[in-house]
Design a protein around this ligand. Sequence first.
Ligand code: HEM
Ligand SMILES: *[C@@H]1O[C@H](CO)[C@@H](O)[C@H](O)[C@H]1NC(C)=O
Length: 493
Amino acid sequence: MDALVVLVLGLSCLFLFSLWRQSSGMGRRGRLPPGPTPLPLIGNILQIDFKDISKSLTNLSKVYGPVFTLYFDMKPTVVVHGYRAVKEALEDFGDEFSGRSISPVFERTNKGYGIVSSNGKKWKEMRRFSLMTLRNFGMGKRSIEERVQEEACCLVEELRGTNDSPCDPTFILGCAPSNVICSIIFKNRFDYKDQNFLNFIGKFNENFRILNTLWMQIYSAFPGIMKHLPGNHKKLFNNIADIHSFILMKVKEHQETLDINNPRDFIDCFLIKMEQEKQNQQSEFVIENLVVSANDLFVAGTETTSTTLRYGLLLLLKHPEVTAKVQEEIESVIGRHRRPCMQDRSRMPYTDATVHEIQRFIDLIPNNLPRAATCNIRFRDYFIPKGTNLIASLTSLLHDSKEFPNPEKFDPGHFLDESGHLKKSDFFLPFSTGKRACVGEGLARMELFLFLTTILQNFKLKSLLDPEDIDIVPVASGFTRVPPLYQLCFIPV
Ligand code: HEM
Ligand SMILES: *[C@@H]1O[C@H](CO)[C@@H](O)[C@H](O)[C@H]1NC(C)=O
């Protein structure tokens, strides 16, 4: 018989057996949350529109409620939707759901090291170390804020070089956040024309594009089937190998010039930890964890921030009245002659609200990064076995229509009270929440504030289109939402 037929039959039997086992076990242990009936092998793929997963989940929540189950690759994924269910899963069950469900792509490349795709003790220690090091003075004398300010200056100079002519801001806005991470990890930033820098970030950009394609979404949902098919994941793996060897080369350079009393950056801090723990056989401070953690900070910290900046400028073009108010506030609080700093933010509620609104509106990572149950969990009336995947709909909070009336409208008023002060919201969770929330939240918010204010302090944004004709509908809804391509002119003020 054809091997494929045997495979399909075998897998179907296994699947039906597991379904049966689950439902027959319901008496004592309870069962998974409800959901649409899965088909053998393909699970619930027919219920999901892979072009808009987030909307599909919202639609399903209307039928099955705030907690439901979907099957991908014959494995259950529990979805939590809406404020109460999301908060309960990510915060009240913070430890229980602190696992990371590892996409087979990262399983192959990261081998369980690093921060984003690690678990257990490795994850705890790498996460704690990264959080400490990313604090403002975590890496010795030069603060993180200074590094971001330095980059903001270079960004403005680079934009000045566009000489008022129309440009697609993607490349330049990609360089700035990458360079911030370079400065944090490798000590210094690079010139935007430096060939090593361009090669290095080029590989991340290419991988990001591959990962955000429909094909890779399906690959991740159905690795069991997909790994036998050809695809551009090979390119992805080669890029990651190159990235790792570049980082390793930098680590060697650092080892040769290390001064234990003067850590310059993330690598130095890590090497010092390695030195301190060299007696410890079980130490997590080993080169593999350094290389993959550094890689993780690039992967998690550059496209996210640069896409937010790029989408942000597009929204500012679409809403010139908002831009004008932000620029007024910059003029009166900072003026023209000194560079913006984080202390300014508390005196700039309108600008702060605008940055919040950009993040809320664009809803960059609509379905969070997939989590996993670290143990058997009794959640509400359900039983969720260890290893079950968890998806939290961040969209369901960021676009909640009670908390943010007219959620599909871009309006900084969503974050302002009657007297024009910043109005915080518990629904504002673009960085997720709980034990596994974004490690770079502080850094990202610093970059968004400093980059946007520094740009608007120095330039008038000019659109090539009438605001009404500007398209702001995202083009990709894989794991991130990306703005459509556009051009604008930066006119020095
Ligand atoms: C606008 C920018 C950013 C957004 C919207 C964002 C959002 C997120 C989200 C939603 C997660 C998943 C959290 C979860 O599983 O619950 C995450 C994880 C993570 N982010 Fe960010 N992020 C941003 C920027 C950054 C930056 C600048 C860094 C780097 C310093 C960073 C480092 C990380 C890391 C290391 C993780 C994995 C945490 C873990 O698994 O324990 N992010 N981010
Ligand atoms: C969600 O439901 C609406 C209304 O029934 C439908 O028009 C839309 O196509 C659905 N979207 C997705 C992505 O399933």
